[in-house]
Design a protein around this ligand. Structure first.
Ligand code: HEM
Length: 192
């Protein structure tokens, strides 16, 4: 009963995270810049789809630094660095997301910055890093661990109804499903 909300979200997404981790690795994104660009296209789409949530005034009230946390602009700059096209939107972007569902989506997007610490080390071999080609995986201002701690502290401090808790869970699961879909799409599409 004393489990924090962030811990619960972590727990219920453990399996989808493992699956996504395996799906990313199966695409071998660190084998070449071309292959990495596909991964960045998926990241760009995911971050662009979440941009309205990162800018939502009601959510910004809960997380004051929310707009600065979005990485759509960095991912777009990475695509330019890599000489890759900005992908067209993919049907099925989140729509009509409730505030509680949004918490789950944001949890996943923010949590992915933790794994990014590992990913950015791998792209160094391709001559990429946080100032070129892999900006969106870079250390956030103020530090990765600190940024995550601040986010989860605020998330865990919110008062939610049982129904809202359920929606937050659904949002987190939907976010993993969506990223998996975008990843699959990016690697299956002809590059512009
Ligand atoms: C779109 C969402 C996500 C994607 C695409 C993603 C991707 C990945 C990948 C590919 C790795 C493996 C890195 C490596 O072994 O080199 C990883 C590791 C990791 N991820 Fe994620 N992740 C996502 C969401 C999350 C979330 C929500 C959390 C935490 C709440 C998280 C926490 C971690 C941590 C701590 C690691 C380090 C290794 C581990 O403990 O397994 N990630 N992630």
């Amino acid at each position: 009963m004393t489990q924090l909300r962030s811990q619960r979200l972590n727990q219920i997404t453990h399996e989808p995270h493992s699956r996504l981790d395996a799906a990313v690795k199966a695409q071998d994104p660190f084998s070449s810049r071309e292959n990495f660009a596909r991964f960045v296209q998926a990241q760009y789409l995911f971050q662009s789809e979440l941009q309205p949530l990162y800018r939502d005034p009601a959510l910004v009230q809960l997380f004051p630094d929310l707009p600065a946390r979005c990485r759509a602009a960095q991912a777009r700059d990475d695509l330019a660095d890599l000489g890759a096209g900005v992908p067209a939107p993919v049907a099925g972007a989140p729509e009509g997301v409730s505030r509680a569902e949004a918490l789950g989506w944001l949890f996943v997007s923010e949590g992915s910055k933790l794994g990014a610490a590992f990913l950015i080390r791998r792209v160094a071999a391709l001559g990429l890093g946080e100032t070129f080609g892999a900006r969106h995986l870079g250390e956030p201002e103020g530090g990765r661990a600190e940024g995550w701690k601040t986010f989860t502290r605020l998330l865990d401090g919110l008062a939610l109804s049982a129904e809202e808790e359920r929606q937050a869970d659904a949002g987190a699961l939907a976010a993993f499903e969506r990223f998996a879909r975008l990843l699959q799409h990016s690697y299956a599409t002809e590059n512009a």
